[in-house]
Design a binder for this molecule. Sequence first.
Ligand code: 4AD
Length: 455
Amino acid sequence: MAALNIKIEEDKSLPEAKKYKILKAYGAVGERVKVSGWVHRLRSNKKVVFIVLRDGTGYLQCVLTGDLALAKQTLDLTLESTVTLYGTIINVPEGKTAPGNVELNVDYYEVVGLAPAGDEAFSNKIAEDTDPSILLDQRHLALRGETLSSVMKVRAAFLRAIRRVYEEEGLLEVTPPCMVQTQVEGGSTLFKLDYYGEEAYLTQSSQLYLETCLPSLGDVFCIQESFRAEKSHTRRHLSEYTHIEAELAFLTFEELLDHIETVIVNSVKYVLEDPVAGPIVKQLNPDFVAPAKPFMRLEYKDAITWLQEHDIKNEDGEDFKFGDDIAEAAERKMTDTIGVPILLTKFPVEIKSFYMPRCKDDNRVTESVDVLMPTVGEITGGSMRINSTDELMAGFEREGIDPKPYYWFIDQRKYGTSPHGGYGLGTERILAWLCNRFTVRDCSLYPRFSGRCKP
Ligand code: 4AD
């Protein structure tokens, strides 16, 4: 095994290598390049060693031949080691495929950090059949996997897309606080904290703050973490999630519904057009059908009839009746059966929040909407907002909420009220739908849910 003693040295007579990230290197056919990254895959075939290099921007097939393939440095190489490879980018031979349709013909390389072999080897930490809770403990390593990192790329593209849509629709981005002293969506899911001796909470929704921005900034949106102490372990509930919320002034309920459709349709369209995220969505979700306007509209009362007709029971195992909350299981059954995006509207006052106005034509229900998508169910919840002080006070009373801490919110009705409405969109939920993930946990970088706050 004399070959093991081969010393790997750069041939200084070669043209100087230009530094590239992998995505850009795809376009550098014929050039001598220098690319750094992590050894994603490693295999040898007689006297040729193949490395699939990963740097976050893409994957690059790299080929080591001759002395390079035989050297001890190469034989010792392990998955997840970091290397800097030098060589020439060439088109892959006819009939073969590789990311970017190119490969790197390596002429020299350096090891930056050698990852362990043996018991501590990466492949012993993370494998496809590793128990999900171990994968969550090892999230920092699991994120290196192709599927999880692909979802994170779609996530980034989606957040880019949604900002683009809001720019087009004339909404301004603001950053409300996360530490607050008011609730928005019910006391039972509040995370309490000791704020210099006063009781405070992690925000459940930035809605009330967005409402206060309307008079000064016009229509606004935010992309902010929301926190919910959800007790139940469901596949679509997180304790911390990225909440996209918008608030618009001087609009009708119909205009709000139309705006929500536009935002969803256009943001999805931009993701599908994205050169990185578009192909990922196709790969993860080959049957995905881009939504088109108008969405199916279904009033709550008609949904109750639909559920009765389809013999779907409520949470107590009984026939649905007007006033019942349509909980997750029934909602998903209905959405999956109907199979298209639905705007479910006009929920009863009793099952919705204190700030929602009643419909003029039916006093029992509110100008409220949930957007339901097949496979996930609710991805968006929104409504018009009560714009009279008296009616709002009645809402506080009905829900048993002390209005005092809300003086700043109530003032919106006092100093120039306006018809207005808004909504919140769960980033992880829309991603689960877009990327065909079973749970929203796969769509969050470091998911938080009851029992999980690490790493
Ligand atoms: O329906 P929700 O509770 O509505 C609000 O918070 C309103 N104040 C928003 C507004 O009008 N500005 O939540 C909105 C969306 C849901 O449709 C869902 O997509 C997501 O937030 N969501 C969650 N996502 C993950 N984990 C949880 N625990 C979630 N709770 C709500």
